[in-house]
Design a protein around this ligand. Structure first.
Ligand code: NDP
Ligand code: MG
Length: 396
């Protein structure tokens, strides 16, 4: 048996981080935790360190580091605590590391994820915002460094499984006509449009099929998540936005499909549990047990499909426009969305104001080329500033 792979889990205290550690704990002969990071849930981070005994733990600031370091010593652990973005980049790129789970939420994950890419690691990409913001630069860095990029997002992991191994030759060259990206439709798929003005963060976060962090749950309710995933799919599989069709499939059993020119359509199915794509990517090209129960098709009984309703889900239209505009547009879309979702979760705006803010930001600022990471962060900062102006103008 070969040596266990050393794994860094960025965003260990989150939903994807915990699912990753659950899979890892099932296979101690194959995987060892090298580093874990947390941000606000630091008691949970301590418990994870006690359980997995990493070499490093990363926290956001020095005061938290002093606390955690003392607690770790008391627990008899040799884990060393690092701080901030620099610490995250260090554990993402450390020479001992084989695999990095990129599961920080939002733009905060971009630099650490890129550090793993530049160091040529095997990257399990959950942090879709990083790819949405910096797609061209990110993919160039993957090709330059020889990093292995494996999608964790269930849809993209499904597409990856349904594509042939040589899909990087170009979708047209491997006979692919379209990618069919499935979407559950979220908790508001059938809510009367007039009631959407009064929905609460709790309702938005109560996803019918998946248990996830709060930001992605709101994105799923608004279908901005599907919009970000459309952009993510274009970068991962070198597809044009017009080659990616969104299909609403309320049961979340088919995780996505690939339509070939001969009329064959391949789909990947499974219970909606992120441990399946995580186990797939961790062990790829092999297969390991993930702890997910076998799919019971008789209990599911039927699968439904609908076209997405862009009146109900304006975020999907905005994301498709940003995908087509390219350049700085996806980074602006993402940043404006992060500000709007945070304001909604803090009850400063109503749910239908999320797309209003994003649309205003995208309309105010011309799309510009992004030549380097500085330009990506400039677009991100500009969108945050414009979204902030919307909030202050409306007294929020
Ligand atoms: P969570 O909110 O549950 O977890 C986010 C993680 O990031 C936590 O560990 C959190 O730390 C950490 N974090 C938050 N803000 C910062 C910051 N500014 N700097 C450093 N770390 C930070 O989110 P999810 O696990 O649900 O999602 C993670 C990513 O995976 C997202 O990009 C999401 O889109 C993607 N994804 C998630 C899926 C899911 O099923 N959950 C499915 C597909 C993709 P702490 O908790 O300690 O504050
Ligand atoms: Mg997804």
């Amino acid at each position: 048996m070969s040596k266990p792979q050393q794994v860094t889990v960025l965003g260990a205290t989150g939903s994807i981080g915990l699912s990753t550690l659950d899979v890892i704990a099932r296979h101690p002969d194959r995987y060892q935790v090298f580093a874990l990071s947390g941000f606000s849930r630091l008691t949970e981070l301590l418990a994870l360190c006690v359980r997995h005994a990493p070499v490093f733990a990363v926290v956001p600031h020095a005061a938290a580091a002093v606390d955690l370091q003392a607690n770790l010593r008391e627990a008899g652990l040799a884990t060393e605590v690092l701080v901030g973005e620099e610490g995250l980049c260090q554990v993402a790129a450390a020479p001992e590391v084989d695999t990095v789970m990129a599961a920080i939420v939002g733009a905060a994950g971009l630099r650490p994820t890129l550090a793993a890419v530049e160091a040529g690691k095997k990257i399990l990409l959950a942090n879709k915002e990083a790819l949405v913001m910096s797609g061209a630069l990110f993919m160039q860095a993957v090709h330059r460094s020889g990093a292995v990029l494996l999608p964790i997002d269930s849809e993209h992991n499904a597409i990856f499984q349904c594509l042939p191994g040589d899909f990087s030759r170009g979708l047209g060259n491997v006979g692919v006509r379209r990618i069919l990206l499935t979407a559950s439709g979220g908790p508001f798929r059938e809510t009367p449009l007039a009631e959407l003005a009064n929905v609460s963060p709790e309702q938005a976060c109560a996803h019918p099929n998946w248990s996830m962090g709060r930001k992605i749950s709101v994105d799923s309710a608004s279908m901005m998540n599907k919009g970000l995933e459309l952009i993510e799919a274009c970068w991962l599989f070198d597809a044009r936005p017009s080659q990616v069709e969104v299909v609403v499939h309320p049961q979340s059993v088919i995780h996505s499909l690939v339509d070939y020119v001969d009329g064959s359509v391949l789909a990947q199915l499974g219970n909606p549990d992120m441990r399946t794509p995580i186990a797939h990517a961790l062990s790829w090209p092999q297969r390991i047990d993930s702890g997910v129960a076998p799919l019971d098709l008789f209990a599911i009984a039927r699968l439904d499909f609908q076209a997405p309703d862009e009146q109900r889900f304006p975020c999907l239209r905005l994301a498709r426009q940003a995908a087509e505009a390219g350049n700085s547009a996806p980074a602006m879309l993402n940043a404006a969305n992060e500000i709007a979702v945070e304001a909604f979760l803090e009850r400063r705006i109503r749910y239908p104001e999320i797309p209003s803010i994003i649309e205003e930001v995208l309309n105010l600022e011309p799309v510009v080329a992004v030549e380097g990471l500085d330009a990506v962060f400039a677009a991100d900062a500009k969108a945050r500033q414009l979204a902030g102006q919307w909030l202050s103008r409306h007294g929020r």
